[in-house]
Design a protein around this ligand. Structure first.
Ligand SMILES: [Zn+2]
Length: 457
């Protein structure tokens, strides 16, 4: 949620309205640079961010041992310890700010693990966040004047100040937010009335709307783009959305604290483009060592645009792999796999692998279980019991149930007792999000990343 700007920041706010078109132009242009040119831009921005970070007490101490004139920015960055929400909480927010917080927006993230956290950014930085959304929209032929319907968490308040003004002027799109806590009929009605060009939000809400429309034979007005974001995006979700809306479905990796990090290539929908002109994206193993391309690990991010509260080597808890090579769409932005889930929402298999929501959803798909399963949640209990809560479309045959159990056993390895339980409704988490996989140590594994930033202007 975005808090309104205090009076002292209003001037910044006006400046930011000019920054938005400038940043949007840069984001549009930079994606077509070659990887080598992007690396030069990245290095320059990294040097700038490291310099700014020296004004924040936490970083001043860490950076004191480096001579900014002589050490390469990437080498300095590599020497910094990864940052977590717990570290921010332990040092206090002021240790991370380089500016008076009264000139900044505060952004409160709900946290999927129930641990809210506050981040600050300037109106200008906020404008750059919007520019990255524009990069995604324009790649799919959408423009600033397109209407959007967003399915988002229940407590998002309408934005005030600059963004509201720009919306009124028609510079940024009209956005209608619909709470995931509302009945799905409301969402369907809004889509039919507004006929939005962009439909976006939590993947599970998009999936529910798509299922609702298909089951009732409702023809939804065809948008130009469907954005699945902010949660574990499964193949099933994208497939259902593509069929129901007849539009391209983009998987957008976005967090509240970082904005849009990566997004589906419009030409190769199975890979994401990393916004690596404005991020240093590292993939680390559980020891914190970098892994080779093609190997999954935790995404650790350095924002190259946040200088009021620099976030350097920030651990997201999200799992993905970088991919080698360049894309045939012509963009020089690096490639990665879709996010394969979150380490905090994963179960350890018998052989120690992290089994995340997209993998579990894959097992449902392989078993043909979506023919009878509308929605599921897998809960790990003590003594390696796995409760598979299922909202059924219809009663399955014995063969169908057995096929699902077999697929889950194959995924998790021996040693799990799998119990399928039919329920009428799987509740959303208090944050308004849906969690497919609830591990036994969910509380202890609480991790920093938040993926609840819904598509916005
Ligand atoms: Zn591409």
């Amino acid at each position: 949620m975005l808090r309104p700007m205090p009076r002292s920041g209003r001037f910044d706010s006006v400046l930011a309205s000019f920054a938005l078109p400038v940043e949007a132009f840069r984001r549009r242009r930079e994606q077509w640079l070659s990887p080598a040119q992007i690396a030069v831009v990245r290095e320059r921005r990294l040097a700038h961010v490291l310099e700014a970070a020296r004004s924040a007490p936490y970083y001043r101490e860490l950076l004191a041992r480096y001579d900014a004139e002589r050490a390469a920015p990437t080498a300095i960055l590599a020497g910094l310890p990864p940052l977590t929400r717990q570290i921010i909480a332990a040092h206090g927010l002021d240790a991370f700010l380089t500016r008076d917080r009264r000139t900044l927006f505060s952004v409160t993230t709900s946290g999927s693990t129930g641990e809210p956290a506050v981040f600050f950014r300037s109106p200008r930085e906020e404008a750059e966040f919007s520019a990255r959304w524009w990069r995604v929209y324009s790649a799919y032929g959408c423009g600033a004047r397109d209407t959007q319907v967003n399915f988002t968490r229940s407590n998002v308040r309408p934005r005030k100040g600059m963004v509201k003004l720009l919306r009124r002027l028609g510079v940024v799109p009209q956005v209608v937010n619909i709470s995931t806590a509302d009945p799905i009929e409301n969402g369907a009605r809004a889509v039919m009335e507004l006929r939005p060009q962009v439909i976006g939000g939590y993947a599970v809400a998009i999936e529910s709307l798509a299922e609702y429309a298909m089951e009732r034979g409702i023809e939804l007005a065809r948008p130009r783009l469907v954005v699945c974001a902010a949660m574990d995006v499964t193949d099933h979700c994208r497939d259902v959305a593509r069929r129901a809306f007849g539009a391209p479905v983009a998987n957008v990796y976005v967090t509240n604290e970082m904005g849009v990090i990566a997004w589906s290539c419009p030409v190769r929908s199975e890979v994401l483009h990393v916004n690596d002109d404005v991020f240093v994206l590292e993939i680390l193993d559980s020891d914190g060592s970098p892994v080779p391309d093609g190997t999954s690990g935790e995404i650790v991010l350095t924002s190259l645009t946040l200088t009021s509260m620099p976030l350097l080597r920030y651990r997201t808890g999200d799992i993905a792999a970088r991919l080698p090579g360049i894309c045939n769409c012509g963009r020089g932005l690096a490639l990665m796999t879709p996010v394969q889930g979150r380490s905090a929402h994963a179960i350890r298999s018998a052989d120690g692998r992290l089994v995340t929501a997209p993998l579990v959803a894959g097992a449902f798909g392989a078993a043909g279980a979506y023919a009878w399963v509308r929605r599921f949640q897998v809960r790990e209990e003590a003594q390696r019991v796995l409760r598979v809560l299922v909202e059924p479309r219809r009663a399955p045959s014995e063969t169908e149930s057995a096929a699902l159990v077999r697929q889950l056993e194959a995924l998790l390895g021996a040693g799990f007792t799998i119990r399928i339980e039919h329920v009428t409704e799987i509740p959303l988490a208090p944050s308004g999000k849906f969690q497919y996989v609830v591990p036994l140590d969910a509380g202890r594994a609480a991790r920093p990343a938040v993926r609840d930033a819904a598509p916005a202007s």
